[in-house]
Design a protein around this ligand. Structure first.
Ligand SMILES: Nc1ncnc2c1ncn2[C@@H]1O[C@H](COP(=O)(O)OP(=O)(O)OP(=O)(O)O)[C@@H](O)[C@H]1O
Length: 255
């Protein structure tokens, strides 16, 4: 078990965004967090990544509590994420955007960087080589020196994923990775996630609305509705579950 969410509740003033929710993610699993708009999915991501503290409950990563820890420290522990809205630096190239993901790992001091000492250049070379390897796996290496914003929406999403992978995470959180993609791109993305899991030895937790995509990719899912868990378990059972079908107004029938 890599991640455990134990009885988590999150309140914003009078709004209970998440109510007494528990689930766990096994190592190397691709786990889906699903539910209608406003169900509390992004709030759950923000709690796992340390952007919010839970009002009640605990988050454990490899059995150790991480709730209340600052986001950058959670990245150090091995959890990286992408966002629902693409957050790339518009004035930077694809490669530069990905290099940002490595910053915290830099093994040279600021002084060594300013003085341009050998360790700085060695580390720069290592990091660039690794960025290119990641870009190769994601199929975006040819765009390394293009401005990130000149890429298609689907490719920009891959740049975001590459940046998250640059932090060498054990757990990768993806917030609606297929949003805005056409059916062909979505199909390719599902294949890519299997490849990412295997090549980078990473566990994936994703939020997604596209049920076909989830059905193809995930073994287990948790379904949230108005902050409450209405289903937790096998995707095959989720798509037959009455309460889940009701929450999705029948979307699952087409999955
Ligand atoms: N920072 C915040 N302050 C106040 N309320 C918030 C905050 N963040 C989320 N909420 C509320 O919590 C509830 C859950 O929102 P959340 O964004 O987690 O849902 P979601 O499932 O990710 O929805 P979507 O699919 O639309 O992204 C909503 O009612 C939202 O308005």
């Amino acid at each position: 078990m890599i991640l455990e969410v134990c009885n988590v509740t999150k309140k914003f003033g009078g709004v209970t965004a998440i109510k007494d929710t528990s689930f766990h993610v096994n190592a190397k699993e691709i786990y889906g967090l699903i539910g209608p708009n406003g169900a509390g999915k992004t709030t759950m991501f923000n709690i796992i990544t340390g952007n919010y503290e839970p009002t009640e409950g605990q988050i454990k990563f490899h059995g150790q509590r991480i709730d209340g820890i600052k986001p950058h420290k959670i990245v150090h522990r091995g959890i990286a994420r992408t966002f629902q809205n693409i957050r790339l630096f518009t004035s930077m190239t694809v490669l530069e955007n990905i290099l940002i993901g490595f910053d915290y790992q830099a093994e040279y001091t600021y002084l060594e960087a300013i003085l341009r000492l050998p360790r700085f250049f060695k580390e720069e070379r290592r990091v660039k080589k690794r960025a290119l390897e990641i870009m190769e796996v994601l199929g975006i290496a040819d765009y390394a020196n293009e401005m990130a914003t000149s890429l298609s929406y689907g490719q920009q999403r891959k740049v975001e994923i590459a940046r998250a992978l640059a932090a060498s995470p054990q757990l990768l959180l993806l917030d609606e990775p297929a949003a805005g993609m056409n059916p062909q791109e979505t199909h390719e993305l599902a294949e890519l996630f299997f490849k990412i899991r295997d090549e980078f030895d990473v566990t994936i937790l994703l939020i997604e609305h596209d049920m076909k995509f989830v059905n193809k990719l995930c073994d287990r899912v948790m379904v949230l509705d108005y902050g409450k868990t209405i289903f937790e378990g096998d995707i095959k059972d989720a798509i037959k579950d009455e309460e889940v079908i009701k929450a999705y107004l029948g979307d699952f029938k087409h999955a």
